[in-house]
Ligand binder design. Sequence first.
Ligand SMILES: C[S@@+](CC[C@H](N)C(=O)[O-])C[C@H]1O[C@@H](n2cnc3c(N)ncnc32)[C@H](O)[C@@H]1O
Length: 293
Amino acid sequence: MNQTKEKAEILYLNMIKKYVLGELQIGESNTETISFNQVKEIIKNVELKYRPQLVGQKKNLRDVLALSDETIMQSLNKMAQESSNLTMCKPELLDHTEFLVRKIINENIPGDLLEAGTCRGGMCMMMKATLEALGDKSKTIYLSDSFMGLPDADPEKHLADAIWNDILKCIGSLACSLDFVRNHFAKAGLLDERIKFVPGWFDETLPSLAINSIALLRIDADWYHSTNSVLNFLYRKVSDGGFVVIDDYGLPTDCAQAVDNFRSQHGITSPIIKINEQAVYWVKEERQVKWNF
Ligand SMILES: C[S@@+](CC[C@H](N)C(=O)[O-])C[C@H]1O[C@@H](n2cnc3c(N)ncnc32)[C@H](O)[C@@H]1O
């Protein structure tokens, strides 16, 4: 590749990474902090609320949370203070998305790109910027989210998800409006007809979504039910050689259980590859999948 073009491409993509990571001022950060006492109070309340399930399922709250109160306080404050960032993901995940999109274009992997659980949309901006840098005009990016935050979880089936859902309510349940996301796509010059928003709950929007094939299916939806719904409705559309990224595989929620159950139900043995301490991906190999749904 021509050296000047290659340099411009790197500069542009580094600038987009800074934009979505909040390093270029895009709005006011939340300056309120959540105190240790507030966290203790929240945890006391969830323990009281879910005592019947904890007892019935013979579980201990500390084991379900898997994190100390101190770590929970730090994580909540980090999430609240980074609410002006366009992505909650770490820089290495942006690099990895760029890497996958480059592979999809260079290796002609058919299909569009879809993120289920976009929140403020930064990861999809990274996908679009990479397509732009590579001069691709063929792929569409789908952003699927409630744009109202995380749904409630059933404590009888997925107690960890229900408890974490209650804890995250103190920072607004990760809700972000569609207008906010659309405006920031436009500000970065990335909004066009190849950006398609899919607002609503996955169970309602994904079964009838008009998308033929998917080259990159990125799932960042925290809970068992949400992750399972996306896999159930969309995995069959992932192209042979396409990629499935699970952002929350390492979280103390039931996300990994949803992935493991789905993979074993469908005989998927493509190796799970770690991206960082939280996220993983695999390459879909069609011949391995025993379709029975
Ligand atoms: C952790 S955030 C996504 C972070 C995002 N990928 C980023 O780059 O920062 C999880 C998102 O999943 C969405 N979500 C979870 N379950 C959902 C469901 N069943 N239907 C629609 N949206 C859902 C929430 O609204 C939330 O925006």
